[in-house]
Ligand binder design. Structure first.
Ligand SMILES: *Cc1c(COP(=O)(O)O)cnc(C)c1O
Length: 421
């Protein structure tokens, strides 16, 4: 290991915030053919979501057209507030990608989690020969399909939001669903799930344990399907579709991305599936003109340590004396995804870490300036534009990954914690 990475590890162990630049990053063209998935896979996932739109519209009319997507909003005033708060100049424009307001699940998990359950339902129905890909998929909400799906169980391990998205969509389709929740999971998330008919199983342990148990309980059961956040290609591809949608949103706003107009994207990272899938999609579209940074809490830097040490998914942060205790519950993960850590090591630009205190301040700032309700995990993305050297023609996107479902009383508490002292 070189001196740079050794110094970074020292800082990580001291729980100091760091900005790590990935020196193993290669030109995307040079590695694209070595990746385990391709651009065609992203398009395939996108087409599948289109097929399901009539069903989603029927089950969740609040989605309007059955496409679960979030706005991209420019924020000049947040940019100026960040500049004065961090006494720095932010060159380029600042946008917020508001997955905090995604319908059905209220977080970025409405992308990958819902996608994988839909794909599973499609696989079952196609296999039984009661559905063809040219059908109007709204029939999947009919009684005979619900009865069919009720013979099957879906299971997932989660710190909260993934469980919410999978529990809600699985129940709506008629599946039985087990959500294995780590100790970080908030009580209100468990309550929503129970109210939708999901079976919530609680653990005193962290996320890895919840995943392990969920996986074990499905083994050898043909009627049980485990959604594996640490390895699933379907989850990953569900997230990646965001890149195609973002491309369209950028075009609608006449925002160019090319050699003279670089794009910087800041993505909160837990196990890595969501930020990894989105970064993967963006790289396919914008090549080396997009720069992707992941963000992790100083107390849960599993992806960062996995990449810096090159141990990838074999890495456990508690072996480095780090406790995995953070209010950013969506990011409270001790070992990174195998699929993502190995892939991202070649195309990720860097990772920064952030302290919990700072998360609350940014959560408050986003509310005060833009009146957007976000959760602490999402707030981590807002620091990104203050850390990189961009140019005036460039664009920054902070990916606000969740928030709208947080109960007001809990939100108020977090907002109060963000008061400047
Ligand atoms: C899950 C989650 C993330 C990170 O996604 P991973 O796939 O775990 O890396 C970020 N923000 C929020 C709000 C989340 O729920």
């Amino acid at each position: 290991m070189d001196n740079y990475n050794m110094d970074v590890i020292k800082e990580i162990k001291k729980l100091n915030p760091v900005l790590w630049k990935n020196k193993n990053k290669e030109s995307f063209k040079d590695i694209v053919n070595s990746l385990p998935m391709s651009y065609e896979d992203i398009v395939d996932a996108s087409n599948r979501l289109e097929r399901f739109a009539p069903l989603i519209e029927r089950l969740f009319p609040e989605t309007k057209n059955g496409i679960i997507e979030s706005p991209l909003a420019e924020t000049n005033s947040l940019k100026h507030n960040l500049e004065s708060r961090y006494t720095t100049e932010i060159k380029g424009k600042l946008y917020l990608k508001c997955d905090s307001h995604l319908k059905i699940a209220g977080s970025i998990k409405a992308r990958g989690g819902i996608y994988e359950v839909l794909k599973h339902a499609e696989d079952i129905a196609l296999e039984k020969d009661i559905l063809s890909v040219n059908d109007d998929y709204s029939i999947l909400a009919n009684k005979e399909f619900k009865e069919l799906f009720s013979n099957y169980k879906i299971a997932v391990g989660s710190t909260g939001n993934l469980g919410l998205s999978i529990g809600i969509i699985s129940s709506a389709l008629g599946f039985k669903v087990d959500v294995h929740m780590s100790s970080d999971a908030k009580e209100w998330k468990k309550e929503i799930l129970r109210s939708k008919g999901a079976n919530v199983i609680e653990y005193e342990d962290d996320y890895s344990k919840a995943v392990e148990e969920g996986r074990k309980q499905c083994e050898g059961n043909d009627y049980a399907y485990f959604i594996d956040d640490e390895n699933s290609k379907d989850l990953f591809l569900g997230y990646s579709v965001a890149a195609l949608r973002l491309k369209k949103q950028l075009e609608e706003k006449s925002i160019s991305v090319d050699e003279n107009h670089q794009l910087y994207v800041y993505l909160p990272c837990g196990v890595g599936g969501a930020p990894g899938g989105i970064a993967f999609g963006l790289k396919h579209i914008f090549d080396d003109n997009v720069h992707c940074y992941f963000v992790e809490p100083t107390h849960a830097p599993c992806m960062l340590l996995g990449l810096v040490t090159e141990k990838y998914s074999d890495l456990k942060i508690n072996n480095y004396g780090i406790d995995n205790i953070t209010e950013a519950d969506g990011l409270a993960v001790g070992s990174p995804s195998k699929l993502v850590s190995e892939m991202a090591s070649n195309f990720l630009d860097g990772i920064y870490t952030i302290e919990d205190d700072e998360l609350f301040k940014l959560l408050r700032l986003v509310k005060d300036v833009e009146n957007i309700k976000i959760e602490p995990s999402a707030a981590s993305s807002v620091l990104g534009p203050t850390l990189v050297n961009a140019n005036n023609n460039d664009t920054h996107i902070c990916w606000l990954t969740g928030g709208i479902f947080v109960p007001d009383s809990e939100y108020q508490e977090m907002y109060n914690k963000g008061l400047e002292n």
